[in-house]
Design a protein around this ligand. Structure first.
Ligand SMILES: Cc1cc2nc3c(=O)[nH]c(=O)nc-3n(C[C@H](O)[C@H](O)[C@H](O)COP(=O)(O)OP(=O)(O)OC[C@H]3O[C@@H](n4cnc5c(N)ncnc54)[C@H](O)[C@@H]3O)c2cc1C
Length: 336
């Protein structure tokens, strides 16, 4: 059932060549439960490996979640409930929903990773977050090996966060996710980033549909973000920091150009990419790794770098940002 000393290079988007002491791919729930019944003392749950920085060989068991299946659970006049198994590729699932003419996930096209991991950090892009269409998920409790259902409220979704990344970290494996998607009268989000200009570039001047939007998002992402198949990376390495109005005022006095977005009455979000670029890291290379030349938030492995190299660089960036701006940059990527 288990393979030994398996290279995880094909299983992580940074392309880190570390080994798993034991490795198994779970194709269905029964397999997954019987693997867990062996009581592995150390366990790493692996989806698409696109939000992981592996800094050393993994002791214990790596379970690759490979559960498949998509089904329509319920349909009424306005919405359709769709359930997808955790091992479905996220982007393929988004394309499936678009093929069914269902709206809600079009702005989240081309995000790497699997469906089951999407709730862990409440994936988001172009003004939409997973939580906007999430109904519930089924998750295997690692202590009881029973399936529990988590509603949207249970997950306590926040910016790149949920209970699965905080209070219940390492305690559950999400096995399936259910979404409520619109049949028609889709709620379109077109004001974020370069969506408007990309739509115009594609010849869509008014009344875009969900297909136009996903096409625009895919086009923007392909032009801006490095493809992990060609260049090892994990997308945004850091979260955008959120600061109080008081702290922002001080920063603004010192750095009048500092960009910001209002989060709530007393909170503002600052783009981490701007902080990193201003600190002089954008495009910097350190031998076979560095900061992407077009995306200051993306750390890259040009080939042969180790997880420790990338971790060192991320710490240097954090320290520099703290010294210059007094801001603690929090990692979005899971470091192991
Ligand atoms: C080029 C690029 C662009 C990206 N753009 C975005 C973006 O726009 N927005 C965004 O939000 N993210 C983005 N990401 C990050 C990444 O795609 C998401 O975080 C994605 O959800 C990770 O899924 P995964 O299956 O690859 O997770 P993995 O890397 O396999 O796992 C991530 C964490 O979740 C745990 N985990 C895995 N599967 C499960 C499960 N079934 N149940 C419970 N825990 C589990 C793992 O143990 C690990 O701690 C990007 C990444 C890349 C490489």
């Amino acid at each position: 059932m288990f393979q030994k000393q398996v290279s995880l290079k094909p299983y992580n988007s940074f392309g880190m060549d570390v080994k798993a002491e034991r490795f198994v791919s779970a194709e269905n729930l029964e397999d997954l439960v019987s693997v867990l019944e062996t009581n592995p003392s150390k366990l790493l749950v692996l989806g698409g490996g696109s939000n992981l920085l592996l800094t050393k060989d993994v002791k214990g068991l790596v379970v690759h979640i490979n559960l498949k299946g998509i089904e329509i659970c319920e349909r009424n006049n306005e919405t359709t409930l769709v359930k997808a198994a955790a091992g479905e590729n996220w982007h393929d699932f988004v394309l499936w929903t678009l093929n069914q003419n269902l709206g809600g996930l079009e702005n989240l096209a081309l995000i790497p990773g699997n469906v089951g991991t999407a709730p862990v950090q409440n994936i988001g892009a172009y003004g939409v977050e997973l939580k906007d269409s999430f109904v519930n998920c089924e998750a295997l409790n690692l202590k009881t090996l029973e399936i529990e259902t988590f509603s949207n409220a249970d997950c306590k979704f926040d910016y790149r966060n949920s209970v699965f990344k905080s209070q219940y970290k390492g305690q559950y494996i999400i096995t399936a996710v259910c979404f409520a998607l619109t049949n028609s009268n889709h709620i379109l989000k077109t004001s974020y980033g370069a969506i408007q200009s990309e739509l115009k570039k594609n010849g869509v001047h008014n009344n875009p549909n969900i297909h136009d939007i996903s096409k625009a998002v895919i086009g923007i992402r392909q032009s801006k973000l490095p493809d992990p198949k060609k260049l090892g990376n994990s997308g945004s390495f850091f979260k955008n920091p959120v600061v109080t109005k008081k702290i922002f005022k001080k920063l603004h006095n010192q750095f009048p150009d500092i960009p910001h977005y209002t989060v709530s009455e007393n909170k503002l979000k600052i783009p981490a990419a701007w902080l990193i670029e201003t600190a002089g890291f954008k495009g910097k290379t350190f031998g076979n790794y560095g900061v992407h030349k077009h995306q200051a938030l993306v750390l890259v492995n040009y080939g042969g770098a180790s997880g420790k190299d990338l971790l060192r660089l991320s710490k240097l960036i954090q320290k520099t940002i703290k010294t210059i701006f007094g801001i603690e940059l929090e990692s979005e990527v899971n470091v192991l």
